[in-house]
Design a protein around this ligand. Sequence first.
Ligand code: F6P
Length: 368
Amino acid sequence: MPKSAVKRFGILTSGGDCPGLNAAIRGVAKAASGVFGMEIVGISNGYRGLIEGDAHELSPEDFSGILTRGGTILGSSREKPFKGRDDGTVSDAEVGQDKPELIKETVERLRLDALVVLGGNGTNTTAHLLSKEGLNVIGLPKTIDNDIWGTDVTFGFHSAVDIATESIDRLHSTAHSHNRVMVIELMGHKAGWLALYAGIAGGGDVILIPEIPYEAASVARDIEKRRSEGKAFSIVVVAEGALSKEEAMLPKKERKRAREKMPYPSIGYRVAAEIQAATGMETRVTVLGYLQRGGTPSPYDRVLATTFGTAAAELLARGRFGRMVAMKDACVSSVPLSEVADKTKTIPLDHHMLDTARLVGACFGDEH
Ligand code: F6P
């Protein structure tokens, strides 16, 4: 058996779940235990399990047969152990619970040489803070949002693109039958990757993303132009983080407040109301929601998650801590967690896929 710097480690999944988490757990575990002989402790419900000491040893039966299973066998939570401690607000320590200290105690009690954390931006930022506290941590990038800095792609993203694309395809036929405008709102948090990919893959006529603030009049003009050319239906793909030009000009806090006061359940409904008011066309809304996060991972994500998982096992064996596994220019590599922390990877305005979308006639709501 090859030598390994780590004999025993803990693994957890944190933040919103996504397809591919189990495939990644399996990848880490099979390589770590099968190739390097490491012992693995599964931590329940993300960082909360570390705080509460909720953990159990994983045996090969636990990580066998889970490649295709959606969700996470470990459970997840949005627990942020450093919230309040480092952001200037009241610290947990002040109210009697220092969560990072509790985590360190659990790591010691469970005799863990290292931690492997599977998560998004928040999870990897916490991983960096735990590294700064002296723990050996390796991060893996998961999220349907594809918004993690330092990696070209995250697992979960392409499964969500597949689900969103199939939904757009289905909306196309009913939009066509009824000569309607169909608005579909997709997730993505503050990034437009999911809407852009699914918008291109599904042939969306309008794609609204946070990176390009939109004007309702521009969207309406595009839809009317299509109607005047004999296309009496339109598909409008809206990222949940999309915002109007007016909103984009507001300071962050005011923008948040304005959004909270918006008389619509979500941005998709507002865009639909704007279109209907400006064009008089019958407009319907679909908010795809958590369907984008559920179910079995696509073959692409199974491969990516397995690749990332096994790469994490190799980092453990070599004792290369404080890093997140990443894909860069089609090569598996890793980046320091310190570089990933507190950043978001949004779509650069010179990204080739924005050109691709425009060249096939998609409107981003920014044309005059
Ligand atoms: O980060 C993944 C994500 O699904 C985002 O796309 C979405 O904004 C958010 O999580 C929803 O979070 P929650 O599960 O807390 O409702």
